[in-house]
Design a protein around this ligand. Sequence first.
Ligand code: NAI
Length: 325
Amino acid sequence: MNNPVRVAITGAAGQIGYQLCFRIAAGDMLGPNQPVILQLIEIPPAKDALEGVAMELEDAALPLLHGIVTTTELDEGFKDADVALLVGAKPRGKGMERADLLAENGKIFGPQGKSLNAVASRDVKVLVVGNPANTNALIAQANAPDLPAENFTAMTRLDHNRALAQLANKTGTHHTRIKQMTIWGNHSSTQYPDLHHVNCDGKTATDLVDRDWYENDFIPTVQQRGAAIIKARGASSAASAASSAIDHIRDWVLGTDGDDWVSMAVPADGSYGIEPGVIFSFPCTCEDGQWKIVQGLDINEFSQARLDATDKELREERQAVESLL
Ligand code: NAI
């Protein structure tokens, strides 16, 4: 058996956190031979709920679970963390402007970045799930100057998986037979789900579906799926979000499959004309615990306009939190 991996989760008593704890402790994220220690972080009002989650984790007697820390102190929760899932965030209140939401979340992700910088493993893999995820990740990264910037990522894997599901339904193909899906940009309604490079059971996806469906059904459905779930369920996506967070970390740690790739929001490095300064979702492959942006994909005029739009939104978000960077 390997040494236990320390997995820190903020917002661990919330909807997504509750799902994450059990799936990670069951081995879904790091494999059936990898013990874990869960370091669960909450804010004081949720401390009792967090203790309840820890009691349930104990009661499940999961073989891979080698320890549980519950805390409201960041430095205790992030101590030596190998993986940090930043899920807890301030939800958008009534009448709150986007800039206010960004500023409120900045107050959370700045200190979290500082704490990770001070106490986490130097190889910590950070995934920000809490919204606005890309810009929260940027704030955390900017506040952790001693950690490599590439350790900080944000989640667009749920959007990626939603896009697989929509195309699978449309073409009658099982989603495991669909490869090279890409979500570009921000985890918001400006994200761009790109079918141009997708291989659907050996065929080019854009040859299988008509243009009208792609532009006027597929793209808006994927972009608006979060809102559709809230409308149907009366609560935001939780199990699917946790599942996608697990996919993101699993592939980052254990590697992507063959010639397939995944969507990860990572620090822009100039690839595809996206200048550094934002956390942008790209097609990525992973090997030996490192992600790499897939290079050389053709970007047509239609795609370029969408990449530009989501980049513009991210630059505006960045401007709104400039003082926190
Ligand atoms: P929730 O409200 O059920 O749980 C959030 C938890 O975070 C609460 O228990 C709260 O006490 C805790 N929390 C708040 N501030 C905290 C802080 N500073 N430190 C530690 N814990 C803190 O919310 P849910 O459904 O679990 O969603 C969490 C976040 O994930 C939201 O921001 C949501 O918008 C986002 N989300 C992102 C998705 C993505 O694809 N990137 C998909 C779905 C949700």
